[in-house]
Design a protein around this ligand. Structure first.
Ligand code: UD1
Ligand code: UDP
Length: 377
């Protein structure tokens, strides 16, 4: 029996790894592989929300999170925490997801133990190590250490080929974010926050958390949201504020006390996905939300200067608006007032897959393990 160990630590990794964990568990009775789930606890409450919804009980939890944690702390705690677990469990391979510091450190820990790594959501690139920071470095390091690449799109496969990763180790699977939506979106959905909003109002769903946006970029965007909300009382902004103390502080400083701006706690994934489906449009600097929104036919204003998800920009669903106060305000007004442009955007095709990525990933892991490819690397 060969063990396949999934390792993740933050909300977005958990949401996009959950379909893979579920698929591995469903295949558990085949006598070939045994799943082991490790969470680092880089996030605490926001990770628990996802584990609870998907009913995932980790085998190990490193519980590393501290308030305002630094990158070197996350990295060293993950490395030291994983060492005895990898030693004891000796998995045949590990699976990591995306581009967080948990992802990068878990890949490095696996590499030190000479355990092959499968990278889910491999090959995303901005080619700019400062944006997003530190995620671009995290994913490049992870791809350098990985043995198997689950590229969500053809473009991400091409990025990996440009870096000379072997073609026979790259599989285009679609993004597991779309698989996750199949568990959550429900026509009958209702949330209390909707009771506070008149039925004829338009809802804008906002999230913003990235490290490189903390400070003046975030201030500018919040001011633009404030400007538009004050001038348009028939519009309601729902902002589930990330638990990062720096984000909490700025959001409350600029947006608190405005009747049509609702600062609420981070939402359970089922609430977030369904509110996204209810909204008129979404504003975000999140990675995962950029993948989910096209599937829900929602326009997204991306509050960043670069994106590693250009497929959505090409399809027309995502608009890179940056963080300038005037520009963000203008883009919001266009989506509120220009119906033709709005309709064009909502008709765009979702480029991120068919919702069956997890099945492909698990099939390929099993195939990889039967080939014992590592011995030839
Ligand atoms: C991390 C990832 C980022 C990802 C984001 C998703 C890194 C370096 N960053 O950024 O790539 O986009 O998660 O949300 O890996 N906190 C809590 N409770 C929680 C979660 C966070 O209190 O459940 C607070 C803590 O004070 C923590 C701080 O938020 O120190 C920042 O968390 P951290 O994981 O370091 O950074 P994120 O901005 O969440
Ligand atoms: N999300 C959530 N609750 C919220 C905000 C976001 O469940 O209040 C989900 C969202 O649907 C997406 C993921 O969290 O799947 C995005 O996570 P985040 O923005 O924290 O990280 P990123 O994707 O930028 O790494």
């Amino acid at each position: 029996m060969q063990k396949i160990m999934t390792i993740f630590g933050t909300r977005p990794e958990a949401i996009k790894m959950a379909p893979v964990v579920k698929q591995l568990a469903a295949d558990d009775d085949d006598d070939e592989t045994e799943p082991v789930v490790v969470v680092t606890g880089q996030h605490r409450e926001m990770l628990k929300q996802v584990l609870n919804f998907f009913k995932i009980q980790p085998d190990y939890d490193l519980t590393i999170m501290t308030k305002n944690q630094r990158l070197d702390q996350i990295t060293s705690r993950v490395l030291l925490g994983l060492d005895p677990i990898l030693e004891q469990e000796r998995p045949a391979m590990t699976l990591v997801h995306g581009d967080t510091t948990t992802t990068m450190a878990a890949s490095l820990a696996s590499f030190y133990h000479q355990i092959p790594v499968g990278h889910v959501e491999a090959g995303l690139r901005t080619w700019d190590l400062t944006s997003p920071f530190p995620e671009e470095a995290n994913r490049q390091v992870t791809d350098n250490l990985a043995s198997l690449y689950f590229a969500p799109t053809v473009l991400s496969k091409q990025n990996l080929l440009k870096e000379h990763h072997p073609a026979d180790r790259i599989i285009v699977t679609g993004n597991t974010a779309i698989d996750a939506l199949r568990y959550t979106v429900n026509q009958e959905y209702h949330h209390d926050v909707l009771d506070r909003i008149p039925a004829d109002h338009r809802i804008i769903l906002l999230t913003m958390h990235r490290r490189e946006n903390q400070g003046s970029p975030m201030t500018n965007v919040f001011q633009a949201v404030r400007d538009v909300a004050l001038a348009n009382p028939h519009v309601d902004v729902i902002y589930p504020v990330h638990l990062s103390p720096r984000v909490q502080e700025l959001a409350h400083q600029i947006l608190e006390g405005i009747a049509n701006v609702h600062l609420i706690a981070p939402l359970d994934v089922v609430d977030f996905h369904n509110l996204a489906a209810w909204s008129h449009f979404i504003m975000t600097d999140s990675g995962g939300v950029q993948e989910e929104a096209p599937s829900l036919n929602k326009p997204v204003l991306v509050l960043r200067d670069t994106t590693e998800r250009p497929e959505g920009v090409t399809a027309g669903t995502l608009k890179l608006v940056g963080t300038d106060r005037e520009q963000v305000g203008q883009a919001m007004l266009t989506l509120l007032n220009d119906d033709q442009q709005y309709q064009r955007i909502t008709a765009a095709q979702n480029p991120y897959g068919d919702g069956h990525a997890a099945e492909r990933i698990v099939d390929h892991c099993k195939h990889f393990l039967t080939q014992d490819i590592m011995s030839t690397r």
